[in-house]
Design a protein around this ligand. Structure first.
Ligand code: ADP
Ligand code: MG
Length: 332
């Protein structure tokens, strides 16, 4: 579809804005990004495949575009970095109409604007199979301010932003053919990358380790623990849950496992020394974003989850592998 491809790239190019940091944008063989002195350049790629990461009958094209940017930017947020440039490679199925492609691009450009990002390049191709989207985000962090997964210490508190399990609850409802409330649709189809939070945590030096929750709290916590060489204690009644999640939970108590194992929350999970509790409370107020202490880090490598009565809790869903120190993800 060569002619169509060039026309589409031209349409994309006309819509792309360019930050001063992007010294070369769409139209050349490479893009170029100027990195200020004493900064690191960070890069993260996400591949999104139709029928694996999204379904066209459950999701509108605008949301697919918006989410492709948000989930990718979430990785930059998790490092405490500032997003700057975005690259978008798409394999477009032949059956997509140009109206659908435009809706997808509307979602992409709205999300780019939200995160103050420039589209600096990409690749466009026809797909004989599913819709494929490869998103690459680049950002910068001051050299000594990048937050890794590996800095957590025994005795640190464990914190999470926002609420857990909403996206997984939405997915469960979609699978059951139930319509979503506005809130759950937003949480599932239009996740927010916690960019401001990540940057504030990094700049103020409040955190020792951080990552974003894409694969579920327990699965992603496992990564942080493995990289840092510590274990964790979680308190079930401290998990931050939305009002809508709590309503569902009161009818079906087993849904608590969605908050523990369900994916696509895109909240930030981080460890911080106990003396930062006050500063984190202030930051939560300033950003109008709940920050919740959900437990603490221990010696060893195990994850222990405590119920309100002090008994240990074991999730029913895909449970046991989370408790082993290994890098395989299980909550998918
Ligand atoms: P090449 O053949 O060198 O890969 P292309 O013709 O594919 O070049 O792309 C031309 C320009 O358009 C390049 O700057 C590329 O980064 C940009 N581009 C192509 N597809 C996209 C896209 N989907 N989104 C943003 N930029 C794109
Ligand atoms: Mg190309």
């Amino acid at each position: 579809m060569l002619n169509g491809e060039f026309a589409l790239i031209e349409r994309i190019r006309r819509r792309a804005s360019s930050l001063p940091a992007i010294t070369l944008g769409i139209g050349d063989d490479c893009s170029a990004l100027r990195v200020p002195p004493h900064h690191e350049l960070l890069t993260s790629t996400d591949l999104l495949l139709e029928n694996v990461h999204f379904r066209l009958d459950w999701t509108d094209m605008y949301s697919i575009g918006f989410k492709s940017v948000a989930v990718n930017v979430s990785d930059i947020a998790a490092m405490g970095a500032e997003p700057l440039s975005f690259h978008l490679a798409v394999g477009l199925p032949v059956h997509l109409t140009s109206q659908q492609i435009d809706l997808f691009l509307d979602g992409v450009f709205d999300a780019l604007q939200k995160y103050r990002l420039s589209l600096a390049g990409g690749d466009t191709c026809r797909s004989e199979g599913p819709l494929m989207i490869a998103a690459t985000v680049q950002g910068i962090a001051a050299q000594d301010r990048m937050v890794r997964r590996s800095g957590a210490q025994e005795g640190d508190d464990l914190w999470v932003s926002g609420s857990l399990g909403d996206s997984a609850l939405a997915l469960k409802r979609l699978q059951a053919g139930t319509a979503l409330s506005k809130f759950l649709a937003q949480r599932h189809h239009r996740p927010e990358a916690r960019v401001d939070l990540g940057q504030r945590l990094a700049k103020q030096g409040l955190v020792t380790a951080m990552l974003d929750l894409s694969d579920g709290l327990l699965g992603d916590l496992r990564h942080l623990l493995d990289e840092s060489g510590v274990g964790a204690r979680l308190e079930l009644e401290r998990l931050p849950l939305s009002a809508e999640f709590r309503t569902a939970l009161s009818a079906q108590p087993e849904l608590i496992d969605l908050a523990l194992c369900g994916g696509e929350d895109y909240e930030l999970l981080f460890s911080a020394a106990a003396q930062q509790r006050g500063a984190l409370k202030v930051l939560a107020q300033e950003l109008s974003l709940p920050l919740q202490r959900i437990g603490g880090l221990t010696s060893g490598s195990e994850i222990h989850i405590f119920r309100p009565d002090g008994e240990l809790y074991t999730p029913q869903q895909a449970a046991f592998d989370h408790f082993r120190s290994q890098k395989d993800k299980v909550c998918e």
